[in-house]
Design a protein around this ligand. Structure first.
Ligand code: XUL
Length: 520
């Protein structure tokens, strides 16, 4: 029976997941961690150190080398890649890769040469700005100003101009390095770049991920001429796509067939953003429930009944790969903030969970944290601003258990506050990402949102979503059938609000909102 393969190129790792739709089994789940497995890129968390905390770039060759390493591992594990009938994938959103030679002109990758060495000479920019970059505030104003203001940008693209979005990042490159911009002939998102490697030619950007560029006109699913012009000269000729997320890109390049044993003619379908892909992987592509993804970034997203925009300017509208649109709110202080607190107080995840479930109570006895360890996009904070209010021991950082609860409660309050614009009060939250294994975090989400929490059996919903999309587009399976087999909530885990917690957050919520206001 054929398998369907999904790849997920995320901030800290590259993963491969394969499914067998007939048996309902995940037959492959493998990944490469950039920091651990590719230490020579000096990117312990998937990005390069920079003295300016607002600048976050990665080396795109790290992602290329990771692809060879990952497929090499899969092959070495004995998994038979010739069983794979179709491939799709996902990438961290907004990041961009710059090529002086379009992949369509690069020629076939020689099987005897590591992919990284074939790709290196094609780059016109050594690094790729990623979604964590927040260095383009002035550039955002320039773009918005040129097209009539952020209200216009929001109406056309579903988001105001946003620092991490690809258009502002491209304009920054054009302004700072005009000669290198002029030499650049093709600009990819991480998703379309990875897809291009697989097909050995230029793969188009899909509308799901393309909506995170401040360039896509959502109503026409084409790049907006005005925004292209306001962003950088000649940009229209440098961007491949956009195409629907279900688009077949072509056949897998010979490099992968010969090196890793795939079947000649294996189909490759458009890659999309990690969040749109997760929407599919969570079985949430129809409106009705919200997803909370706890990863390097925390995100809250849901399929939308109709496109709506956030008057506060933090939320986004992206393409739903199953058709229509999805809402998304993204928080930069996700897992790295939780890990930071755990490390500061010397907790492992078990102690962290115990602190939440056994040693502290909902509302944290009035101890409130503003958990912004790195520059934040929601709310917009260009400099880290960690603040603590409450008992003396908490303020001084000595109350370890309250600090563990404090960071998680603040994150949950922020998610809830910043998703009000969607206009729905979710009664069911599907939670995914590494931290969804943590029972304490799930309980806080249940109590703050007063919603039932469910998780899926599969941890990596973005990679699973990619595999499901490959099966839907390449194998003719219906999403509803695939969801029933792969995206059903884990029957053994249902977290409900603890009794008496309805009012437990009234005070903390009001103070949190007031403190956000005071931050400016
Ligand atoms: C979404 C966002 C992040 C990245 C990385 O807008 O910036 O969630 O996709 O996962």
């Amino acid at each position: 029976m054929p398998y369907y393969l999904g790849l997920d190129s995320s901030t800290q790792s590259l993963s491969a997941m394969a499914i067998d739709p007939e048996s309902g089994r995940v037959v492959l789940d493998e990944s490469v961690n950039f920091g651990r497995d590719l230490p020579h890129y000096a990117s312990p968390h998937g990005f390069l150190e920079n003295a300016n905390p607002n600048i976050k770039h990665s080396n795109p060759l790290m992602w290329v080398e990771a692809l060879d390493l990952l497929l090499g591992r899969v092959k070495a594990s004995g998994f038979d890649l010739s069983q794979v009938a179709a491939i799709s994938g996902a990438g961290q959103q907004h990041g961009s890769v710059y090529l002086g030679t379009p992949l369509s002109e690069a020629g076939e990758f020689p099987v005897s040469v590591a992919l990284r060495d074939s790709v290196a000479p094609l780059l016109s920019r050594a690094t790729a700005p990623i979604w964590m970059d927040s260095s383009t505030t002035a550039i955002c104003s320039e773009i918005a100003g040129a097209v009539g203001g952020d209200a216009v940008v929001t109406r056309v693209t579903g988001s105001r101009t946003i620092e991490r979005f690809t258009g502002p990042q491209i304009r920054k490159f054009y302004r700072e390095e005009p000669a290198n911009y002029a030499k650049t002939r093709e600009i990819h998102l991480v998703s379309s770049f990875m897809a291009s490697l697989l097909v050995g030619t230029s793969a188009p950007i899909d509308t799901g991920d393309g909506a995170g560029m401040n360039l896509l006109d959502l109503a026409t699913a084409t790049f907006s001429r005005d925004l292209l012009e306001a962003t950088a000269p000649g940009l229209v000729d440098k961007l491949p796509g956009p195409v629907p997320s279900t688009q077949k890109l072509g056949q897998l390049a010979r490099y992968f067939v010969e090196k890793y044993g795939f079947q000649p003619g294996t189909s490759v379908y458009a890659f999309t953003g990690d969040n749109p892909s997760s929407l599919i992987g969570m079985g949430a592509s129809a409106p009705g429930c919200a997803v909370v993804s706890l990863g390097t970034s925390d995100t809250v997203f849901a399929a939308m009944r109709e496109p709506k925009t956030d008057p506060q300017g933090y939320g986004h509208v992206f393409g739903n790969p199953a058709g229509g649109f999805m809402s998304l709110i993204c928080f930069a202080n996700g897992s790295l903030a939780r890990e930071r607190v755990a490390k500061d107080v010397g907790y492992d995840w078990e102690a962290f969970t115990r602190a939440i479930l056994e040693e502290t109570k909902p509302g944290n006895a009035g101890n409130l944290m503003l958990p912004f360890f790195v520059p934040e996009m929601t709310p917009k904070l260009l400099a880290p601003a960690v603040k603590r209010f409450g008992s003396q021991a908490f303020v001084e950082g000595k109350d370890a258990a309250a600090l563990a609860r404090g960071v998680v409660e603040a994150q949950a309050l922020s998610m809830q506050y910043h998703s009000r614009w969607i206009g729905e009060t979710p009664t069911l939250l599907l939670v995914t990402g590494g931290a969804s294994r943590n029972r304490g975090i799930l309980q806080v989400l249940a109590d703050v949102f007063q919603a039932e929490i469910r998780t899926l059996k599969t941890g990596n919903s973005s990679a699973l979503g990619a595999a499901l999309r490959a099966a839907q587009a390449g194998g003719g399976y219906a999403f509803a059938d695939l969801y029933a087999r792969f995206a059903a909530p884990n029957p053994d885990l249902k977290v409900t609000p603890a009794p008496g917690t309805e009012r437990a957050y009234d005070d903390l919520r009001a103070r949190f909102v007031a403190e956000l206001g005071a931050l400016g």
